[in-house]
Design a binder for this molecule. Structure first.
Ligand code: LMR
Length: 409
């Protein structure tokens, strides 16, 4: 029965984890998967999450099912974290359910769209996170792209983006990265968010916000500006949130799917669909990670501790962005990598060719995606000079070959 199956290529992000593990070079550097690393290259459990875990385990008396909506305190805490002050005004129109990670939230959201409008198209940025297309497309929705990133200026090509969005019909959805765009690191400004909101209101497409890095860009509130503005001004907004990065609960699979509906009756109907969708795929979400996040969000002392930990992760990444840009300026004598300091979040495209990326991997044991997406927190004070020397070497060799008229393979 299964003999017709042939092996599929490995996922480019997950495949890189395996390649990195196999490399025996003691100087190897992992700039691949989006997992936050501290200065020692570790991804420890956050102290606030560890404290929450002790409290949750101490009072847990049962492992009975949590129910299809998951942990209700988690749902409320996350809805408030995402929507801030806007939440109380829209609460009766907001349906939300715990989901297994940001991926689970995206998939439930896609199934909800399909239940409402089987023919809907979701427009995603070009480029977008590699797993968006399978996650949303496998639900049976049509995926189309809108221009987003200008590789020459390493910033958002907003006029090209808006030209395409102006043609998106009512009833389609536009997937927007809430902050810390993955993979480019190039974010929308508050003015641009407001322009998108006005266009959505005029033309009737529905914004679908993926919030996977809240707190990693400018701050927990600043990073939610766009989502909150949309929620305040539009009748409908879909949201998928991940707690993997900002709570460091990657393997626990914690996320939230939310729909701001046009009225409370629709929100109630959507809530029942979320339950039915999760029941039909995985029955109900896992308890543990969401219980920890709920504890952190609801217990004032833990919340303060967690916010400080998020700030520490954010400041470290932003500091590394500055250090990297300056170190490359010192090596190359040009501001070619200055954009890394301006961008936000875990990732930047370094603007290297695939051949240069593969040389860095083969000859220097430095791992990033073939697209040259680099996960910035993989840098630290020890490996940064080595990484910058290696990048400068492959970049300079490339320009020498160009000057000598030799084509780069
Ligand atoms: C990434 O983009 O590296 C992360 O979001 C991890 C993943 O699942 O792809």
């Amino acid at each position: 029965m299964f003999e017709q199956l042939t092996p599929l290529p490995v996922d480019p992000i997950l495949g890189l984890i395996a390649l990195f593990r196999q490399d025996t070079n003691p100087d190897k550097v992992d700039l691949g998967v989006g997992i936050y690393k501290n200065e020692r290259g570790e991804t420890p459990v956050l102290a606030s999450v560890r404290a929450a875990e002790e409290r949750v385990l101490a009072r847990q008396t049962s492992k009975a099912y949590v129910g299809p909506a998951g942990n209700l305190q988690f749902n409320r805490g996350m809805s408030e974290l995402l929507l801030g002050d806007v939440f109380s005004a829209v609460e009766s129109r907001f349906a939300a359910a715990q989901a297994p990670g940001g991926c689970g939230a995206l998939r439930v959201a896609a199934e909800l769209v399909k239940a409402a409008h089987p023919g809907a198209t979701i427009w995603v940025s070009d480029p977008t996170w590699g797993n968006h297309i399978p996650l949303l497309g496998n639900a049976g929705l049509t995926i189309r792209t809108y221009p987003y990133f200008d590789a020459v200026s390493s910033s958002v090509d907003f006029s090209a983006m808006m030209d395409t969005l102006a043609r998106v019909p009512a009833g389609d959805l536009v997937l927007l990265h809430g902050c810390c765009h993955n993979p480019s690191g190039a974010d929308l400004s508050p003015t641009q968010w407001r322009e998108i909101a006005a266009l959505s209101l005029k033309n009737g497409f529905v914004p679908f916000v993926d919030m996977a890095y809240q707190g990693f860009g400018e701050g927990l509130d600043a990073d939610a500006y766009g989502l909150r503005y949309l929620a305040e001004h539009l009748p409908e907004v879909l949201v998928a949130a991940s707690c993997s990065k900002n709570f460091g609960v990657y393997r626990e699979r914690v996320g939230l799917v939310g729909l701001l509906a046009a009225n409370s009756a629709t929100a109630q109907a959507a809530q029942s669909h979320m339950h039915s969708i999760s029941r039909g795929i995985y029955s109900m979400p896992p308890d543990h990670g969401a219980a920890l996040v709920a504890e952190v969000l609801m217990e004032p002392a833990l919340r303060i501790q967690w916010e400080a930990e998020v700030a520490e992760m954010r400041d470290r990444i932003n500091g590394l962005r500055t250090d990297f840009s300056r170190a490359m300026q010192a090596r190359l004598g040009t501001d070619r990598f200055a954009f890394v300091e301006r961008q936000r979040g875990m990732f930047s495209f370094l603007g290297l060719t695939e051949e240069q990326v593969l040389r860095l991997r083969r000859e220097h044991s430095i791992y990033m995606l073939n697209s040259s997406r680099a996960s910035i927190s993989g840098l630290n004070r020890v490996n940064l000079p080595y990484v910058c020397d290696s990048i400068a070497a492959v970049v300079e060799e490339g320009s020498q070959r160009k000057v000598a008229g030799v084509s780069i393979p």
